[in-house]
Design a protein around this ligand. Structure first.
Ligand SMILES: Cc1cc2nc3c(=O)[nH]c(=O)nc-3n(C[C@H](O)[C@H](O)[C@H](O)COP(=O)(O)O)c2cc1C
Length: 366
């Protein structure tokens, strides 16, 4: 039997295989931020088709400043618990696990999404994509953020989610604290790597007070900003962060990379050869050597052989995919029954606010 179909423990729960549906914003939430019927169906389909661990779309912890896109789910009030409870009931019926990804947009949003306010960030560094200069967060606002993340963790637990995944990747607010490119603060929240990671320690400590010692807290972590040069996130800092997160009781790290200004790094286009696959594998291997908790690799996993090699050769403990599950929600079953690779061609047409589905119609991908 392929190693991909063997179980693994994460914190206090066991996943039946090594497949993770990586967090995927679906633009299908209700206008009020709650879970829609379409989302319930999407999660149920993935669970029915043997995805071991489903990570939700990123759900924002603070309204309105944390919102990153239209029709995004929120987790900033208790009224969101009911929708996620329905999701977990359904998903658990099929033997899958469900982890809620919690996030805040920080500087990666636009004023129209956040009630015409100015986006906030660790520092006032202009966003090269939107041209917007965010407002620097005050110390009191950082304390409020920590409380909001902790409350979001408690809501995830109340909704029977198997755990939460704190989003420290892709240039969103916590990744902005981590990167020296976006964090220019000179107070205790910026400067040294100890200071740039302080907010993570505080969030986990505050969360633990609400969810207890055993509740699984996972992290999705950037291995790179995706921009080259000094002044960006280094692998050395990433390894420091991974070790710190492990010490804080984080039970698994999913390794990714990129930010909006580094276009095409997070979800690389045209992954059509083995050489282009698993594009964060090197960082993953480095992290795997540095910590003992499970490492989950995401980014361009497209063939059964590469996925097996990743797990068998100690690059990561689990394989995580996003775009291929949009094309084939039943991908795990295909791979179990003879398929050698995914059908997704990484054309990236799925980044479409009209709602999550595969928009590829054949021909040359754009
Ligand atoms: C439509 C779309 C939405 C995404 N939304 C999220 C998200 O909410 N949170 C997150 O951490 N990553 C998000 N991602 C990134 C994926 O989780 C993943 O890291 C990336 O697509 C690379 O994996 P892949 O090659 O298997 O697609 C999204 C990707 C896509 C295609």
């Amino acid at each position: 039997m392929s190693i991909l179909f063997t179980p693994i423990s994460i914190g206090n729960f066991t996943v039946k295989n090594r497949f993770v549906r990586s967090a995927t914003q679906d633009y299908l939430g209700n206008e009020d931020g709650s879970i829609s019927e379409a989302e319930l169906l999407l999660y149920s389909q993935l669970a029915q088709n043997d995805v071991g661990l489903i990570i939700s779309a990123h759900s924002y912890v603070q309204h309105p400043l944390g919102k990153a896109s239209i029709r995004q789910n929120g987790i900033y009030e208790d009224r969101f618990i009911a929708g996620y409870k329905q999701v977990t009931e359904t998903v658990h019926r099929y033997g899958a696990k469900f982890v809620l990804q919690i996030s805040h947009a920080g500087r990666q949003t636009t004023s129209d999404l956040i009630d015409h306010l100015t986006p906030v960030a660790p520092s006032a560094v202009t966003n090269g994509v939107t041209g917007i200069t965010p407002r620097e967060l005050s110390d009191a606002e950082i304390q409020q953020l920590i409380a909001d993340y902790a409350a979001a963790m408690r809501r995830a637990k109340d909704a029977n989610c198997d755990g939460v995944q704190v989003h420290i990747a892709h240039g969103y607010l916590l990744a902005q604290f981590l990167s020296p490119y976006t964090n220019k603060r000179t107070d205790m929240w910026g400067g040294s790597i100890e200071n740039r990671t302080r907010i993570f320690r505080e969030i986990i400590a505050a969360g633990r007070k609400q969810v207890g010692d055993q509740y699984p807290i996972l992290v999705k972590l950037n291995s790179t900003d995706g921009l080259v040069g000094s002044g960006y996130l280094s692998l050395e800092d990433v390894i420091y962060t991974a070790k710190l997160l492990e010490q804080c009781g984080v039970c698994a790290i999913e390794i990714s990379g990129g930010m909006h200004e580094a276009k095409g790094v997070m979800a690389q286009p045209g992954v059509n050869t083995p050489e282009k696959e698993a594009y964060f594998a090197k960082a993953s291997q480095a992290l795997k050597k540095a910590v003992a908790i499970p490492i989950i690799l995401v980014g361009g996993l497209r063939s059964l052989k590469i996925m097996e090699n990743v797990v068998a050769n100690g690059v990561a403990d689990m394989v995580s995919l996003s775009r291929p599950f949009i094309k084939e929600p039943d991908l795990v079953q295909h791979l179990q029954h003879g398929a050698k690779e995914v059908q997704c061609i990484s054309c990236n047409a799925c980044f479409n606010p009209a709602g999550l589905r595969c928009y590829y119609k054949g021909g040359t991908p754009s």
